[in-house]
Write a protein that binds this ligand. Structure first.
Ligand code: HXC
Length: 256
């Protein structure tokens, strides 16, 4: 199967599995990712999603160029809308997602990583939005999510030159949360393990508040923060967390 979804303890693991084409995203694979993310949204007993690519060469080399070339224009528009809507699902999942970038992440591959909550990279990871070299521009969210992460000037430079961004630079400019040596899957579990013991709904409120920060005015963002922090305050987990503080014990959250 070109897209595999399995459960691994507290985690759902989504693997792009088309290593012979460096996990390139055909329209059919985009559809599979969308369906897999719907399944993740319905999973009851997971605390985070890990996203990776099969093989040791690529996370994902982007949209399938051979397929793109042979599609009429109307399909290209649908393709961009499909890619955008599939990747947007990552933002509305009840759990956070961590992209494990184990090699090339080009074009749609970078955009998939950008749509995840967090990104970890192996030292050989190489990011890029090289669409300009094909006479194209990014179509699966890259022009919008990259500047939110690294700032407009850097994003414009990366998109307009189509240059590669190696792992160490990606870390320096905030494109990835960390570069990790060794077993990337284990690093992903360890990274997610730093937040998965906290209350799932409260983690979701935090994610929603921060995600909106790039979209709205400060005034509106502060209103969103006040609403979501009130929702958090009303949970039994907030009651437990504050009681545990006073009683000098570890909080036991129950996701409610
Ligand atoms: C289709 C791809 C592919 C892609 C690699 N392959 N990338 N097929 N679409 N995006 C295939 C190759 O054709 C080849 O198959 C096999 O994978 C191995 O790739 P090689 O090129 O032989 O490997 P290597 O020489 O190591 O080079 C790796 C690479 C290069 C630097 C990552 O493959 C590359 O530049 N790929 C294209 C990256 C790119 O431009 N991505 C952005 C796409 S546009 P065969 O059968 O020939 O052996 C996009 C958004 C478009 O993502 C917006 C739409 C709205």
């Amino acid at each position: 199967m070109p897209v595999e979804l399995k459960k691994d303890g507290d985690f759902a693991v989504l693997t792009l599995n088309r290593p012979e084409a460096l996990n390139a995203l055909s329209f059919s694979i985009l559809g599979d990712i969308g369906r897999a993310l719907d399944e993740v949204a319905a999973m009851k007993d997971i605390r985070a999603l890990l996203v990776t690519g099969a093989g040791d060469k690529a996370f994902c080399a982007g949209a399938d160029i051979k397929e793109l070339r042979n599609r009429p224009l109307i399909d290209q528009k649908r393709g961009a809308e499909l890619g955008q809507s599939v990747f947007a699902k990552l933002g509305t999942l009840p759990v956070a997602s961590v992209a494990l970038v184990n090699g090339y992440a080009f074009g749609g591959g970078s955009e998939l990583a950008l749509a995840c909550t967090f990104r970890l990279a192996s030292p050989n990871a190489i990011f890029g939005l090289p669409e300009i070299k094909l006479g194209l521009i990014p179509g699966y969210g890259g022009t919008q999510r990259l500047p939110r992460l690294v700032g407009e000037g850097r994003a414009l430079e990366i998109i307009m030159t189509g240059r590669n961004v190696k792992a160490d630079e990606a870390e320096r400019i905030g494109l990835v949360n960390a570069v990790v040596e060794g077993d990337l899957m284990q690093a992903g579990r360890d990274f997610a393990g730093k937040f998965t013991r906290y209350s799932l709904p409260v983690l979701e409120f935090a994610r929603r508040a921060v995600q909106r920060a790039g979209d709205v005015t400060l005034e509106e963002g502060l209103r969103i923060e006040a609403d979501l922090s009130t929702l958090a305050y009303r949970t039994a987990d907030a009651e437990e967390g504050m009681a545990a503080f006073e009683e000098k014990r570890k909080a036991e959250f129950r996701d409610g």
